[in-house]
Design a protein around this ligand. Structure first.
Ligand code: NAD
Length: 366
């Protein structure tokens, strides 16, 4: 039987509560699809600071190295906010993990479910049936990392410099991720750049166009980033996969998350350079944080964590049918009216974290 090793890093706040539900869902599909997941739990974030003295203990890193995927909860909370910035849970755990595993591709689906369109800030008449857009963002290059970088004095005033740098090979590898993802979805990639102003944009557009020739079933179009920001709020249903460099992807993926109206339900994946038999090593986590205001109350929405687990099955292990089934089960649980407090509306059943997990498991069947 095919076995996959998963490092489970639940973290702080609602992390452990929602992780239990994701594991429950994974346990059900592994039985149904005939593969086996080997889970190894490890501490990360604030809890690791308290117990081990640092947010990413060596033993946790070793557990991740021995695994084929990291299923991550979220880290941080008021207890650790007064630590120096470099020791704070998010910065001291997530950034080193991204760097260590060279997680260059960030995938963030923005899904607005047909029964939750009322929660979107976009007019319901513009999004009949909701929408499902995937943002593929380059995560390790561009303006955030290019050299030179810094602030110096010039003629008596401060001057700040950031440099946008992309190598052709960096654009090629993220483009492959976007086209491969689109080939499994509606087959459309919208590539974002600023080719009218930036040299980087010219190289981006040329390279993406070249790579697209290897994916004849996928349709490619290009948009300038400013236009894309407008089109996204005007007609999100016009998009399938959005491919963007680091800074543009950072901004657009937040805009996309916001227009779903259900921030607490969005998963994400960060894929690395290590290739596996049918996918890539990656870190899979909810887009939201540790929700300290509701932690420990059993009312957090576990859907983002459950959908992160589905992304793990699809993008790390190539188990797309199992991932599809989980995503469908989530939709069906919502269609049946199950709602945690964050997405509740009149006429629906208000449930807690465990009941929502149970509702999804029940939709999966035996
Ligand atoms: P947050 O996402 O934790 O919470 C924002 C709001 O959304 C809160 O009202 C919260 O109750 C709600 N919310 C979030 N997830 C929810 C869920 N699954 N179900 C129901 N409601 C949910 O953001 P924040 O308040 O800015 O940050 C809280 C802590 O989380 C901070 O310490 C921050 O550093 C950390 N954080 C961690 C990550 C990460 O680990 N990747 C990401 C973001 C924030």
């Amino acid at each position: 039987m095919q076995t996959y090793k998963v490092a489970v890093l639940a973290g702080d706040g609602i992390g452990p509560e929602v992780m239990v539900e994701a594991i429950k869902v994974l346990d059900r599909v592994q039985a149904q699809f005939g593969f086996q997941l080997e889970f190894t739990e490890a501490r990360v974030g604030g809890i690791a600071i308290d117990v081990d003295g640092r947010a990413l203990p060596e033993s946790t890193l070793k557990t991740c190295e021995a695994a084929e995927a990291i299923l991550f909860g979220s880290v941080g909370g008021p207890k650790w906010e007064s630590l120096p910035p470099n020791e704070q849970p998010e910065r001291a755990a997530l950034l080193p993990l991204r760097k260590h595993f060279q997680l260059f591709a960030n995938l963030r689906p923005a899904i607005c479910y047909p029964n939750l369109t009322h929660a979107s800030p976009v007019k319901e008449s513009l999004i009949p049936g909701g929408f499902d857009v995937l943002c593929v963002r380059e995560l390790t290059g561009g303006l955030y990392f290019g050299q030179p970088k810094g602030t110096h004095m010039e003629n008596g005033e401060a001057v700040a410099i950031d440099t946008m740098v992309y190598k052709q090979s960096e654009i090629e590898r993220i483009a492959h991720i976007a086209f491969a993802a689109a080939a499994q979805r509606s087959g459309k990639v919208t590539s974002i750049d600023k080719a009218n102003v930036l040299e980087n944009g010219v190289l981006w557009r040329k390279t993406v166009t070249e790579i697209s020739k290897q994916y004849p079933t996928v349709q490619l179009n290009h948009l300038y980033v400013d236009n894309a920001a407008m089109q996204l709020v005007r007609n999100p249903r016009g998009f399938d996969v959005i491919l963007a460099e680091n800074l543009f992807g950072d901004i657009l993926s937040d805009e996309m998350a916001m227009i779903t109206g259900s921030l607490g339900m969005l998963p994400s994946a960060s894929l690395g350079t290590r290739e596996l038999a049918n996918g890539r090593f990656g870190l899979f986590e909810p887009s939201g944080g540790t929700a300290p205001d509701i932690a420990g109350k059993g009312i957090a929405n576990p859907i983002a964590q459950i959908l992160s687990a589905a992304m793990m099955l699809r993008y790390a292990f190539g188990q797309s049918a199992a991932a599809d089934k989980i995503e469908l089960a989530v939709r069906q649980a919502i269609d049946r009216g199950y709602r945690t407090g964050d997405i509740w509306s009149e006429g629906c059943s208000r449930v807690g974290t465990r009941e929502m997990g149970d509702a999804v498991v029940s939709e999966l069947g035996n």
